[in-house]
Design a protein. Sequence first.
Length: 150
Amino acid sequence: MQGNLHYGRKSKKRTGKNIEITRVEKIKNKCPFPHLQGDNLKFLVGMDISKYNIIDMDAYGVPAELIEALWMKSYYGVVVITAIRSVMGRMPDIILAANGYTEPMIKKAPILLSSNGLEKFLNFLYIKGIRKVSGFFFDRKYYITCKMEA
């Protein structure tokens, strides 16, 4: 929900349209642009997101909770996702649970259950109504563009 949004500025320039950009950054003084300071999940849950055509999920780690929040709010639009798994490759519990693993299983062997992380992440997106994704996938880094439909 932050990033430098280079494509946003380029889109403004290319189309000549006024594109409203709302940035959220957790780390103080990191973003040189006007932005909301704090937890992006808390802002997302409390915001009216119906006016946004594109939401950029450039959060730390795998933004499963942010995607869940969009789904719960019946968001309809394009989502750009940057997901980077940890060094050990552990997937968030919400993704493992969506893939059929129980809480005791996740508690006992979360890293083992996180193998084939890309497949599990794409399954999670499918469960949330996302039927088509495009992007680049490098080891534990996923750069995805998709469309959520209510």
